[in-house]
Design a protein around this ligand. Structure first.
Ligand code: MG
Length: 345
């Protein structure tokens, strides 16, 4: 019997106004997929972003068209995930939701956590960074103080005055910091000056300094940068990797960009074959999307899975973060369930 699919929306509310180089938001709408098979329920989240011309409504419409993929026994989940691209073009948030739900269901049907399906040890995952959005320097300093329990920070730059913002961070802490410019430094020579300045201030690497489309600029920068440069907006799926391999030192994989755990696994293999470092990141997401990515996290070099920690409350709680590391519970599937009252029954 084919699994049954239902979709609902949830509004995520951020704890602080969330600022990056492209603008600010206070809330985000997600689509949640509920897949039921033989009395078991698998959960998946689509938390798409406008940068990739998707939102919760386009994701929900895509999920309706992806429904025919849910044939057969979910324990053979590769048959389901392999059908998605033929049914709908793009819409990677929706595909991620269905991919996640079918992994959750398979884990529950087999009685094992998803990391066990992949043969991974969750204790081996790297620490996650905690993101500090763009804001006035005094507010940035306050957010850095609030993030005291997180051993690694990721600071968003590409603001009006990046140096004042970064000085505000360093005025409070000397812990390891990563920087994400979100395409905010369009001139390669200016990007290099910023990276050199940051390299002298204890920064570990820089994410997407240049616009995604500027591959020549990225090659120029990679040859000169004193810090590793990581592609985020420039990379969606495994097919993008060969042409990026000489333009960046590493890539940021996100389920919402690539369409789920199966494609993320392919990206990890292709990135390793090209000698690229691997970061596993997220959008503003609930604990559901974060949990799905965390089950793969033992395979990567850098983890940035904090989307749910930036929320006023998490509609899919489950896995605590202890000392900066996500501690995946030994529970079947993805190990999270909706908090009471967040979904209509
Ligand atoms: Mg990024």
């Amino acid at each position: 019997m084919a699994a049954r699919l239902d979709v609902q929306f949830i509004e995520l509310t951020l704890r602080h106004v969330w600022g990056i180089s492209r603008g600010t938001v206070t809330a985000k709408r997600i689509a949640v997929a509920r897949v039921e098979w033989e009395g078991l329920v698998g959960w998946g989240e689509a938390s798409p972003t406008s940068r990739y011309r998707e939102d919760a409504d386009t994701a929900a419409a895509a999920l309706a068209r992806l429904r025919p993929a849910l044939e057969g026994d979910p324990r053979a989940f590769r048959a389901v995930t392999d059908r998605l691209d033929a049914l709908v073009e793009g819409e990677f948030g929706a595909k991620a939701a269905l991919d996640m739900a079918i992994h959750d269901l398979a884990g529950k049907a087999l009685g094992v956590p998803v990391y066990r399906l992949f043969g991974l040890d969750p204790a081996a995952m790297p620490l996650t960074s905690f993101s500090i959005g763009i804001d006035e320097p005094a507010r940035v300093a306050e957010k850095v103080r609030e993030a005291e329990g997180h051993p690694i920070l990721k600071v968003k730059l590409g603001s009006k005055d990046d140096r004042a913002l970064f000085e505000a961070v360093r005025g409070v802490t000397d812990k390891p910091v990563r920087v994400d410019a979100n395409e905010g430094w369009p001139d390669p020579a200016e990007a290099l000056r910023q990276i050199e300045w940051l390299a002298a201030r204890g920064v570990e690497f820089v994410e997407q300094p240049l616009p995604a489309a500027d591959l020549d600029g990225a090659r120029w920068l990679r040859a000169r940068s004193p810090l590793p440069v990581v592609a985020d907006e420039a990379v969606l799926r495994s097919v993008d990797l060969p042409r990026l391999a000489d333009a960046y030192h590493g890539i940021n994989i996100k389920l919402m960009k690539c369409g789920g755990l199966q494609e993320a696994m392919r990206m990890i293999a292709v990135a390793r074959a090209h000698g690229l470092k691997i970061m596993l990141g997220c959008m503003i997401e609930s604990g559901l999307g974060i949990a799905a990515a965390a089950h793969l996290a033992p395979l990567v070099d850098w983890v940035d899975l904090d989307g749910n920690l930036l929320l006023a409350s998490d509609p899919f709680p489950g896995h605590p973060v202890e000392g900066g590391r996500i501690r995946l519970r030994d529970a079947p599937g993805l190990g999270v369930a909706p908090a009471p009252g967040v979904l209509a029954s």
